[in-house]
Write a protein that binds this ligand. Structure first.
Ligand code: SF4
Length: 229
């Protein structure tokens, strides 16, 4: 298991933001990223408004010697992932990268803003680590840390981008690419998470057992056809 040495083609890149969906529920990720379903609930609306606000802020600023760039698009060819960082802070560091028009060297570190409070699952840490490895590839320097800011606690959590987190990221992204290539929306066992899921109405969890081999789109299409419309 490791990075894809050949790299992925741009058309095969998957969204970094999908990692949290994938970790939450493989089926939810497939419904959104394979079948194009999206339904907003209170939690997703809060998250979207928050990210809109973050991305609307000044594109860059310099405070306390740290340069902050917002809405930076990033990618990692080896993992085949892409996305937009809420903020990237560039800290003066001899081992960092050279930035056009700036003196010295700068080490980037991503900052991801989240509504709510830190989660038990590692989905947010994986997203932050994914942004870090994108920055490493783009700026050719190590990015050993990232930050998660939670509006619910108004606290900033430092994430160490450890080998363990990197290996998990490689496993998750490989699994995402395999599932994407298969084009198959997996069936999963309905769980307690379903009640907070924005897709619970279109997922049809109660139908999962009966229509295990069909995508939701196929299920809906077959019933429209059955009704003779
Ligand atoms: S309703 Fe449950 S099974 Fe369906 S996508 Fe959401 S979390 Fe997954």
């Amino acid at each position: 298991m490791g990075y894809n040495q050949m790299g992925y083609n741009e058309e095969d890149y998957l969204m970094i933001s999908g990692i949290q969906h994938f970790v939450f529920c493989r089926r939810q990720w497939a419904l959104i990223h394979l079948e194009g379903h999206w339904t907003e609930n209170v939690l997703t609306a809060e998250g979207r408004l928050l990210h809109d606000r973050v991305h609307d802020a000044d594109v860059r600023d310099m405070r306390g010697g740290i340069l902050t760039v917002r809405g930076l698009q990033v990618k990692n060819v080896a993992l085949g992932i892409t996305g937009t960082c809420d903020a990237v802070e560039f800290v003066p560091d001899e081992g960092g990268a050279v930035l056009f028009g700036r003196k010295g060297n700068w080490r980037p570190r991503p900052v991801e803003y989240k509504h709510g409070e830190p989660k038990i699952s590692d989905c947010d840490r994986l997203q932050a680590a994914a942004q870090a490895v994108c920055l490493e590839e783009m700026f050719c320097c190590d990015v050993p840390e990232a930050f998660l800011y939670y509006y619910g606690t108004r606290h900033r959590e430092k994430i160490s981008v450890t080998d363990e987190l990197r290996n998990r990221l490689v496993e998750i992204t490989e699994e995402m690419h395999q599932l994407y290539r298969s084009g198959h929306t997996p069936s999963v066992k309905p769980s307690a998470s379903c009640k907070n899921c924005s897709l619970k109405d279109s997922c049809l969890p109660k139908m999962l057992k009966k229509y295990r081999q069909q995508t939701v789109s196929e299920y809906i299409a077959s019933h429209i056809n059955d009704s003779g419309e």
